[in-house]
Design a protein around this ligand. Structure first.
Ligand SMILES: Nc1ncnc2c1ncn2[C@@H]1O[C@H](COP(=O)(O)OP(=O)(O)O)[C@@H](O)[C@H]1O
Ligand SMILES: [Mg+2]
Length: 245
């Protein structure tokens, strides 16, 4: 349903961005885009969302649904003067028609009791839950997430990864999640596409067939981790990688 063919978006005379990216995402699939900082992940997500455009190649989003992509960024980007509910309804032309829908998604992210609260009264995790409800409220055909949990503490992060899986169980939402966190990708995604280089290119793709939800201590996931470390040329022990120039 999302088809990306030979897409490139280059900056800095071709030394940054992403290059020659081809992949598809099936309906109901969660695909991870994994890579180190600066390899063009956010640029790719912006292009997929329509906030930016590719220099070459094609991107097709097609499942017959009227709405396009919903986007979740690293920070929740809430309107500080609007309640949680009104933040979820922000962007709807006729918000009062969608109150039931907003209530449904607030309940899905566990925030029903906070519908009237203001963003300043929320924890970081709750604010990001609000952003998830807002992105889902328009019932997008694909949910695009750009390192959505990287600003949160380790435990809140794991909670929200599991929340995302709960949402997927309920709604079978199609998702593309950009992350630099290998454990996150292996816990959440059905398929992981590894980008490397600058500009970023696809270095490998892994189908993670273990059924979701997965145990975080599942040893079979460690095999993927080892392979991904080696593709990203990152030492598993982390000892020889620091070079000060
Ligand atoms: N609009 C832009 N103009 C120039 N360079 C850009 C622009 N957007 C991103 N870049 C560069 O592209 C590279 C990849 O950025 P980004 O997609 O944010 O990487 P990532 O999200 O993987 O860390 C960076 O070097 C960044 O400086
Ligand atoms: Mg980024």
């Amino acid at each position: 349903m999302l088809t990306v063919k030979k897409a490139s978006r280059l900056f800095k005379d071709g030394a940054a961005g992403f290059k020659n990216i081809t992949f598809t995402v099936q309906k109901g699939e969660i695909v991870g885009i994994l890579g180190t900082s600066g390899c063009g992940k956010s640029t790719l997500l912006r292009v997929l969302s329509g906030l930016d455009h590719a220099d070459s190649g094609t991107i097709h989003l097609n499942d017959g649904s009227p709405s396009g992509a919903g986007v979740i960024f690293q920070e929740p980007r809430l309107m500080p003067w609007l309640s949680v509910e009104d933040n979820v309804l922000f962007g709807f032309k006729n918000p009062s028609k969608y109150r039931k829908q907003a209530a449904h998604y607030l309940s899905l992210v566990g925030l029903s009791e906070f519908a009237g609260a203001l963003p300043r009264d929320l924890s970081g995790g709750m604010a990001q839950r609000t952003a998830i409800a807002r992105a889902l409220a328009s019932q997008p055909s694909v949910l695009l997430l750009d390192e959505p949990f990287s600003a949160l503490d380790a435990f809140t992060k794991m909670q929200l990864q599991d929340l995302l899986l709960d949402i997927w169980q309920e709604e079978k939402t199609t998702m593309v999640m950009v992350t630099h966190d290998i454990d996150e990708a292996l816990h959440v995604c059905d398929r992981v596409i590894v980008l490397s280089g600058q500009p970023g290119e696809i270095a490998a793709e892994f189908k993670i067939s273990q059924p979701k939800p997965r145990s975080r201590s599942d040893l079979s996931l460690a095999t993927y981790k080892e392979k991904i470390f080696s593709i990203l040329e990152y030492s598993n022990t982390g000892l020889q990688k620091y070079s000060v120039r």
